[in-house]
Design a protein around this ligand. Structure first.
Ligand code: FES
Length: 206
């Protein structure tokens, strides 16, 4: 019987789509003390056909709190937007020697204007395609810095239960797991402080 957590290679996005389609207009994955409310987001939602064709998605992150994640759909993929805490950001460089591509040097995994340790345009805001680079499962967000069964020194990140791949809070993959590369960062830019356009590079970017 097929593993329900792994996408059928013939239909590489459908399983993941089913999982997140119902969540595209809600904040999910609130983590951490003091984060009680689960606000709804406002987003411009083009038609399903336009989205599959690659139309950009406008993400309003005005209500996004530290430790929370917004999920949007772009080109049939889940796009995660996460607001990272100062503690999580400070932990990122301490993980470098445990990672395959700590400085984001594989050009396939992010646009050229996304560099280095944070893999983001603004340090606190991470934008990722939420699909494991092994076989396309949607990893679980484990954003808190605390011991986890799969890593007693966990500094926050994403854990893929399908085959136990681990990524940090920048989507950087750990050594020694099945996933070969960092999570993908999609093209995006800020229209203003609280609006991200997913699918369009910043003006002037290559
Ligand atoms: S799909 Fe295999 S570890 Fe994520």
């Amino acid at each position: 019987m097929a593993n329900p957590g792994v996408n059928d290679p013939i239909e590489p996005v459908n399983t993941g789509r089913r999982r997140f389609l119902t969540m595209t207009t809600a904040v999910v994955g609130a983590v951490g003390a003091g984060v009680a409310a689960v606000p709804f987001i406002k987003s411009w939602n083009p038609s399903a056909r336009a989205k599959l064709a690659g139309a950009p998605v406008i993400a309003d992150i005005g209500a996004l709190q530290e430790g929370q994640r917004l999920i949007f759909e772009w080109r049939g993929q889940p796009i995660w937007i996460v607001k990272r805490s100062k503690a999580v950001l400070e932990a990122l460089p301490t993980l470098n020697d445990q990672l395959r591509d700590p400085m984001s040097e594989n050009p396939e995994q992010q646009p050229p204007y996304i560099k280095g340790v944070t893999r983001s345009l603004k340090p606190e805001i991470s934008v990722l395609v939420g699909l494991c680079t092994h076989l396309g499962c949607s990893p679980e967000m484990k954003a808190e810095i605390r011991p986890e069964p799969f890593d007693p020194n966990w500094k926050g990140g994403y854990f893929c239960p399908c085959h136990k791949s681990k990524f940090d809070m920048a989507g950087r993959v750990f050594e020694g797991v099945p996933a070969p590369t960092n999570l993908i960062v999609p093209p995006h830019h800020y229209e203003n402080d609280t609006t991200i356009v997913i699918g369009v590079d910043p003006q002037g970017a290559a």
